[in-house]
Design a protein around this ligand. Structure first.
Ligand SMILES: *Cc1c(COP(=O)(O)O)cnc(C)c1O
Length: 386
């Protein structure tokens, strides 16, 4: 079955008890057993819950995975994957990794003796040179957050495997509708379902999937042992979001395409970072491994001052962290989502603005940006009112 059909039906048979077409929210902590150890596959909701099972089956299918595990947040999924490692193991991550992941690696795991090295996206062509026998995991985001860098997943998987390491791909920005890393050789795909998969800015969640039965068994063991599990209501919200993922992603891409062209031509914009632009250094690889280029755009304003004034000047684009919802958001990574990378060698540029392009009319969004430019440029100094 095609992606759109599986997004609506996979793991979601009508409720056998009532025929309810929508998967029930199983708000239960425990399950009655017929005799000791005789139950229907569920004994305690940290271990398993039918609403979570439906979500795991559906999302795994969309990522072309045999196995999936849902978590309480994207970082819950990440920290659980980190437990595949032991102190002394080395992980090589893309340098502009999500700020929360950097905070975790640098301030939680590194002090315990885990080793992390950060490689700029441009150096992934020579990934093999940067791997050694201690390297257990190569960790990439493509497109990356917030610089929209692109890494060739197939090549990264080859290099990682040649060194005896696993390739983990954070697929939050692309979603399985636009890109399926496991089909390209990745070992684990991870998501913040808070973003496009939920899609409505109303839930925090995470997910990991794999086709390796040994990794899957360990992840499910860690899921119940570490306990970063999502509530049944949260699972249901993500399940509902996924049903419209394909149609939403098509419109996110359409709107982002229109805005990226506008920004790329705008005299007040130093540089527009969007993999759909032919001059983007990752354009060709993105075109090869993605169905379209996604709904995230970053751009460099002329100065930090102008960037700060600009993000406070839009009306439809709301100033907020997060991304991937129906509503358009704007933010300043250096002082918001990526503030935890401020002291890192790859700190987000202070004049960088990140847009999560929503599903409003592209014309309205364009007008909103135009008006904000006019306001900021017209009154560079009155912009102090921000
Ligand atoms: C938001 C995000 C995360 C973390 O997910 P949470 O649900 O906020 O814990 C991880 N990776 C990327 C790329 C993200 O955008």
């Amino acid at each position: 079955m095609d992606f759109e059909t599986r997004a609506i039906h996979e793991g979601q048979e009508p409720d056998p008890a009532t025929g309810a077409i929508t998967t029930p929210i199983y708000l239960t902590s425990t399950y009655v057993q017929d005799a000791v150890g005789e139950h229907k596959g569920y004994d305690y909701s940290r271990v398993a819950n039918p609403t979570r099972t439906a979500l795991q089956q559906c999302l795994a299918s969309l990522e072309s995975a045999e196995h999936g595990a849902a978590f309480a947040s994207g970082l819950g999924a990440v920290s659980t994957i980190m437990h595949l490692l032991t102190p002394g193991d080395r992980t090589v991550l893309i340098a502009d990794v999500y700020g929360g992941v950097y905070r975790m690696t640098s301030q939680v795991y590194e002090p315990k003796g885990y080793v992390f090295d950060y490689l700029p996206a441009a150096e992934f062509d020579d990934l093999a040179v940067h791997l050694d026998e201690r390297t257990r995991i190569v960790w990439i985001e493509t497109p990356s957050n917030p610089l929209l860098n692109i890494v060739d997943i197939e090549k990264a998987a080859e290099a990682a495997h040649a060194a005896g390491a696993l390739l983990v791909v954070d697929n939050t920005f692309a979603t399985p509708y636009l890109q399926r890393p496991l089909e390209l050789g990745a070992d684990i795909v991870v998501h913040s379902t808070t973003k496009y998969l939920g899609g409505h800015s109303d839930v925090v969640g995470g997910f990991a999937a794999t086709n390796d039965p040994t990794i899957a068994e360990r992840l499910l063991f860690l899921q119940k042992s570490l306990g970063a599990v999502p509530s049944p209501l949260d699972c249901w919200l993500v399940l509902r979001g996924i049903k419209t993922l394909a149609i939403r992603m098509r419109q996110h891409c359409h709107n982002a395409h229109a805005l990226s062209g506008f920004l790329d031509r705008h005299p007040r914009v130093e540089q527009t970072l969007y993999p759909g632009l032919p001059r983007h250094p990752g354009h060709a690889i993105a075109a090869k491994q993605m169905h379209d280029f996604g709904g995230m755009i970053s751009f460099l304003a002329e100065s930090e001052e102008e960037a700060t004034a600009f993000v406070a000047s839009t009306k439809i684009f709301k100033l907020a962290e997060s991304l991937g919802g129906v509503e358009s958001l704007i933010e300043l990574p250096a002082r918001m989502t990526h503030a935890s990378t401020a002291d890192a060698p790859f700190a987000a540029p202070r004049n960088l603005i990140r847009l999560s392009v929503g599903l409003e009319s592209a014309d309205d969004l364009l007008e909103d940006l135009e008006a904000a430019f006019a306001k900021v440029v017209g009154g560079t100094h009155s912009a102090r009112s921000v």
